[in-house]
Design a protein. Structure first.
Length: 174
């Protein structure tokens, strides 16, 4: 460690102790050049942000929660565990790259919904309904209606172009 006084690299550790709830090691060092003493702190690099929940509490990021939430939404749906794991990986990677200290739980929720929307409509609505349940039931109904409308628009367009709608036989019960 470069000495803050003379710039020499060589030093010796003269004292080492745990600090801050045992998450930091504080080292007292002595420069072998000018004999000045200085302190360094060593801590675990926290690359993943804390998640701020809807009630304001913070908790450590937990990749398993993403996987569990998606598994529940994808129950009996043709979505492989591999694809779910891949989504969790990509969200985790994204958070590492953002390297922010805190992230709102809704950011993660939106990312999951985005992924599910491209994977399976039923899983998407299931997840969205649970995830957004803190709002109201209208939200859920609106969500389904929007999906229907999207499909209807698609069908109309397909008919205009004389092609067959591959989304025939909607999975939803009214
Ligand atoms: Zn020095």
């Amino acid at each position: 460690m470069k000495c803050p006084v003379c710039g020499k690299i060589e030093d010796k550790v003269i004292d080492s102790r745990l600090a801050k709830d045992n998450t930091v090691i504080r080292r007292r060092r002595q420069c072998l050049g000018c004999l000045k003493r200085f302190t360094t702190y060593e801590r675990i690099e926290e690359v993943l942000p804390y998640v701020i929940k809807k009630d304001g509490r913070r908790e450590a990021f937990d990749r398993r929660k993403i996987v569990e939430g998606m598994l529940r939404a994808c129950e009996k749906r043709p979505v492989s565990v591999d694809r779910i794991e891949a989504v969790a990986d990509s969200i985790e990677q994204d958070l590492m790259e953002k390297s922010e200290k805190e992230i709102s739980v809704s950011y993660i929720g939106e990312r999951i919904m985005e992924a599910l929307q491209n994977m399976d409509d039923v899983a998407y609505v299931r997840f969205a309904s649970v995830y957004r349940s803190f709002r109201d039931i209208d939200e859920f109904i609106r969500e389904i209606r929007e999906l229907y409308e999207l499909k209807e628009t698609r069908t109309d367009q397909n008919l205009e172009h004389g092609s067959i709608d591959d989304n025939q036989g909607s999975q939803y019960s009214p």
